[in-house]
Write a protein that binds this ligand. Structure first.
Ligand SMILES: Cc1cc2nc3c(=O)[nH]c(=O)nc-3n(C[C@H](O)[C@H](O)[C@H](O)COP(=O)(O)O)c2cc1C
Length: 411
């Protein structure tokens, strides 16, 4: 099932002639920024700001983008020997590109049904799809939609000695999830002004303001009618028999929270039979501790700037973390990826792959069901184009490039 020939090759060329739906999307949305702007127009402010916003004044979101933009890569000559090979192997499994979809809760507030579009798109493009504890589809459905590429992200649910957390682990194992991703960067609730301004509450309670916003977003309303009110189906089995969506939301509000300690991670490590990643690491010493207790991967991330506003840009700590654990573990990166070139930058700095969150959602927000495939194809193609420009015939060659990285942290 995981043979190399199954990999979908990146589309070739940027020609925008023709009238296929892909050609039309290319003309309308040549970049993720075009998708973002269109999504902002099409989606109620509550949904848009819930996703686009970060913590406080959005400084960490901006820092992520600026730090990636500042990284320069020097092209080499002589590597142009035909099509570039974007494929990578992560935790023993073969993927089409060093790119994946990061876990995102509340996606359905942004675009009802987004999870399904993205899971299907990831499967078709053969890139990792991370389902999440607070996703709008169950982990079993995610595994059905994306059987070859599904990872599962677990939040801490500590009540009754982690009874729910270990049951989710068991379910993930039974559903055939390949990689378990343990998020550690949510020790407390973040203050996100966009959510507060627009009245995001759990359970979701429509206000006059949100109803008026929805009234001018017909595409979003029709997606809502098709998919129903957002909920957290992964958690439904723990909320009594026939729980209402409000009961599940209360449960999530009450029970999900805090950051795993290293002792807790060790217990999960011992119980999980596949590869395990720690997500939200920003310090090389923490990466070393995680690898010492047996974790296989370290996802460098500041949660897309949504948790700690004073956090460094996540890309700026990648080199130090690669130096600390890069020979013993798989280093992944997320936070700020808005183009294939950004993924290439992360790989040039030593990450094995980059994951993106919002970029994928903007695709769905702008183009609905087609948006998942469109943005996936666009980012993979941008990776391939950047590699060709750099004279890198394959992903390994990116690591030999000369790089200027002005913001790199030294610890
Ligand atoms: C709307 C939204 C919801 C998120 N929910 C989760 C989550 O449930 N679990 C988690 O580990 N990370 C979550 N994240 C963080 C992402 O996994 C990822 O770290 C971040 O989006 C990467 O930054 P980017 O959006 O700039 O690509 C969320 C991010 C967004 C935008």
């Amino acid at each position: 099932m995981h043979d190399r020939t199954a990999v979908k090759t990146a589309p070739t060329g940027w020609g925008v002639s023709g009238n296929s739906s892909e050609a039309r999307l290319r003309r309308r949305f040549p970049t993720v920024e075009d998708l973002r702007k269109a999504a902002e127009r099409r989606i109620p402010a509550l949904g848009y700001e819930t996703v686009a916003g970060g913590n406080g004044q959005n400084l960490a979101v901006q820092r992520n983008a600026l730090a990636l933009d500042a990284i320069e890569l020097v092209p080499r000559i002589g590597g142009d020997k035909g099509p570039v090979a974007t494929d990578v192997t992560l935790f023993g499994r073969h993927y089409a590109a060093p790119l994946g979809i990061a876990p995102m809760g509340l996606q359905s507030v942004f675009w009802p049904g987004a999870e399904r579009h993205l899971a299907r798109a990831a499967q078709r493009a053969r890139i990792p799809y991370t389902a999440g504890t607070v996703s709008g589809i169950s982990l079993e459905e995610a595994a059905q939609l994306a059987p070859d590429v599904v990872w599962f992200q677990l939040y801490r649910l500590a009540r009754d000695d982690h009874k729910v957390g270990f049951d989710l682990l068991r379910r993930a194992q039974a559903a055939g999830v390949h990689v378990l991703v343990m998020t550690v960067d949510t020790p407390g609730r973040a203050k996100r002004p966009g959510e507060l301004r627009n009245g995001l509450t759990l359970p979701f309670r429509p206000t006059l303001r949100t109803i008026m916003q929805a009234a001018v977003s017909p595409g979003w309303v029709s997606a809502l009618v098709q998919n129903g009110q957002p909920s957290f189906p992964c958690l439904a089995p723990y909320c009594g028999s026939n729980p209402r969506k409000a009961d599940i939301a209360w449960f999530a509000q009450r029970e999900v929270g805090g950051a795993f300690t290293f002792e807790e991670l060790k217990r999960y490590r011992d119980a999980w039979k596949g590869p395990m990643v720690i997500k939200g690491v920003m310090h090389p010493a923490d990466a070393e501790k995680a690898v010492a207790i047996g974790l296989d991967g370290v996802q460098v991330s500041n949660h897309g700037g949504r948790q700690l506003e004073a956090a460094p840009a996540a890309i700026d700590v990648v080199p130090a973390i690669v130096r600390a654990v890069g020979t013993k573990a798989t280093v992944l990166f997320d936070s700020g990826v808005r183009s294939g070139l950004d993924a290439v930058r992360a790989v040039a700095l030593g990450a094995q792959a980059a994951l993106a969150g919002r970029a994928f959602l903007y695709g769905v927000g702008a183009a609905g069901a087609d948006g998942g495939d469109y943005v996936t194809g666009m980012l993979v193609e941008e990776i391939s184009v950047a590699m060709r420009q750099l004279g890198a015939p394959d992903v390994a060659a990116l690591r030999a490039l000369a790089i200027r990285h002005p913001g790199a942290w030294q610890f």
